[in-house]
Design a protein. Structure first.
Length: 133
């Protein structure tokens, strides 16, 4: 039972970081780009409560991925695999759907690299601390 509780705390802390970082990135850089992209197509960007809840869920699922990878892999491997699964695949899908403002990637790539690196670092540090107890 203690392992499940510890893992739950790890997921919670990593999810808080991912959702905080993603929200700041969204508010400062991504939202204006997506609004302009959709407005240029005569559409409104979907920004209902359900959409925002789904993004929070995405952050929690990304945290689950990071934490569980950190249990099996080194911090750097956790970082690489998490980044590939969470962000690179996400952007490929958006690009394929013609819903990705490509000029956003100049900010989004470095920001998300740091975001996932810190998430992997948090998970790894909590993993090591838990192993010492």
């Amino acid at each position: 039972m203690a392992i499940k509780v510890k893992t739950g705390w790890q997921v919670l802390l990593v999810a808080i970081w991912i959702n905080f970082s993603g929200t700041v990135r969204w508010m400062l850089f991504a939202k204006p780009k997506f609004d302009a992209l959709y407005k240029g197509r005569g559409l409104d960007f979907p920004n209902a409560l359900a959409n925002n809840i789904l993004w929070i869920l995405w952050g929690v699922l990304a945290a689950v991925l990071v934490v569980f990878l950190s249990k099996k892999f080194s911090m750097l491997h956790t970082f690489y695999l998490s980044y590939l699964a969470a962000f690179v695949m996400h952007w490929i899908v958006l690009w394929n759907a013609a819903a990705l403002p490509l000029d956003l990637l100049w900010i989004a790539v470095p920001w998300s690299l740091v975001e996932v690196f810190i998430a992997a670092l948090i998970a790894n540090r909590l993993q090591c601390r838990g192993a010492a107890n």
